[in-house]
Design a protein around this ligand. Structure first.
Ligand SMILES: [Zn+2]
Length: 415
């Protein structure tokens, strides 16, 4: 039986694990002390659930429950526990706790799974620290390169490579983190991080596809001149070019509505950032998403062309670094129909919907039948201290996850 009390107590415990003195909300940036503390707590929960716990070279935690035939492909469940700055205690957390609680429930029933089970705590899902998301999943899929470990740095200039070393992990051996065994299925539970479920008054969503981001870092090399002594016609103002680029991103994204594209400039840094100096070096962080690869690629192309035109007009040299370019994912109908069937059997109301946010699950959909379940979060708010989800919804989705596991671990069951 899924235990509402256990889930509530674990959520409350994790709610206290944050960086001290950082203000309201959850501060568990990847590989910081608070993230590491949450990881330790979750490893303990996995052990309590009878899982054999291991870590890979990147620090991903993999809890294994032996199958009646342990040579069969495993059914994998997982999510993350890191947060954005001033984040909430549900993003990622609901998924990893639902996975562990599912195993707890099987343990209490002495359930004999034929296929083995694996629960994975993926490290560094959020892009807040290193500017790129779902790095733990990428390490496990073998797509995180040694070069990227050196290239990705945090705001203090520490490379991901150095940070992994500081946690006694093995960045030099990143290739060994690749998950090479076949998988029977992958499932992830997550809060929706949008308003669709709440607006529909439906407590459960079956994800049909995941919009994946393309992320660009743009450096504008403007001239930092005296704000009083430089006439308007002689300026190369980085912030003015940035302002035009921000509006160009907004416009490019609105050109597609079905399927929609969203475009955001979430980072804007001007240097030297002084009242009496024209901004010179200026940095923008651009995030463009869609569940359509074609629509996203077209939008990115327009953004590149706009940046070129704006910078030429203003005689500002620039460079664009493509930080990530993930492929949107479409979930297999066999999996969404399987989850829908379980919801029907269990008498749970649900809708099917796409995910606007990226998730670890998107890295597994081309490797194994992959399913994702959403629950509503209050007012659609996420990446915010006000993030909240109903206990009943968390329990309910965990019950569906458990049913999915009980069925998918049967040798006689095939997608
Ligand atoms: Zn998340």
């Amino acid at each position: 039986m899924i235990s509402p009390e256990r889930l509530t107590a674990q959520l409350a415990h994790l709610n206290k694990i944050s960086a001290p003195d950082m203000g309201p909300g959850i501060h568990r940036l990847a590989f910081t002390d608070s993230d590491w503390q949450a990881r330790g707590y979750l490893m303990q929960l996995m052990e309590d659930a009878g899982l054999t716990v291991q870590e890979d070279a990147f620090g991903n935690v993999i809890g294994h429950r032996t199958g009646a035939d342990d040579s069969l492909p495993a059914v994998m469940l997982g999510s993350h526990a890191d947060s954005v700055p001033s984040g909430g205690n549900y993003d990622g957390i609901v998924g990893i706790l639902a996975a562990i609680e599912t195993i707890r429930s099987l343990q209490q029933d002495c359930f004999k799974n034929e296929h083995p089970l694996e629960v994975v705590l993926f490290m560094c899902e959020e892009s807040s620290r290193f500017g790129a998301a779902t790095l733990g999943s990428r390490a496990m899929r073998g797509t995180l390169t040694p070069d990227e470990l050196h290239r990705f740095t945090d705001k203090d200039g520490h490379s991901l490579y150095e940070i992994l070393q500081s946690r006694s992990l093995r960045p030099e051996d990143i290739a060994s983190a690749k998950y090479a065994k076949p998988l029977k299925a992958f499932f992830e539970v997550h809060i929706e991080q949008g308003r669709v479920l709440e607006h529909s008054r439906i407590p459960l969503g079956i994800v049909t596809g995941i919009a994946a981001p393309t992320r660009l870092r743009v450096h504008l090399h403007g001239s930092a001149d005296h704000s009083g002594a430089t006439p308007m016609a002689l300026r190369h103002d980085g912030s003015c070019a940035a302002a035009e680029i921000i509006l160009a991103v907004e416009h490019a994204a609105t050109l597609h509505s079905d399927p929609p594209v969203v475009g955001t400039v979430g980072i804007l840094r001007v240097h030297p950032c002084a009242m009496n100096v024209i901004p010179g070096e200026t940095e923008l962080g651009i995030d463009i998403r869609s569940i359509s690869s074609a629509a996203k690629a077209e939008t990115v192309r327009i953004v590149y062309a706009s940046i070129r035109a704006i910078c030429q007009k203003r005689s500002i040299p620039y460079d664009i670094e493509e930080i990530s370019n993930e492929t949107p994912v479409i979930m297999k109908p066999a999996v969404t129909d399987f989850l829908a069937g379980l919801c029907h059997t269990q008498g749970k109301n649900f809708i099917k919907l796409p995910s606007g946010a990226g998730h670890d699950a998107m890295h597994w959909a081309d490797y194994a039948p992959t399913g994702m379940l959403f629950i509503p979060c209050r007012d659609g708010i996420s990446h915010n201290p006000a993030e909240s989800a109903e206990r009943n919804d968390i329990v309910s989705v965990t019950e569906i996850l458990e049913q999915a596991v009980r069925t998918a671990t049967k040798q006689s069951f095939e997608f």
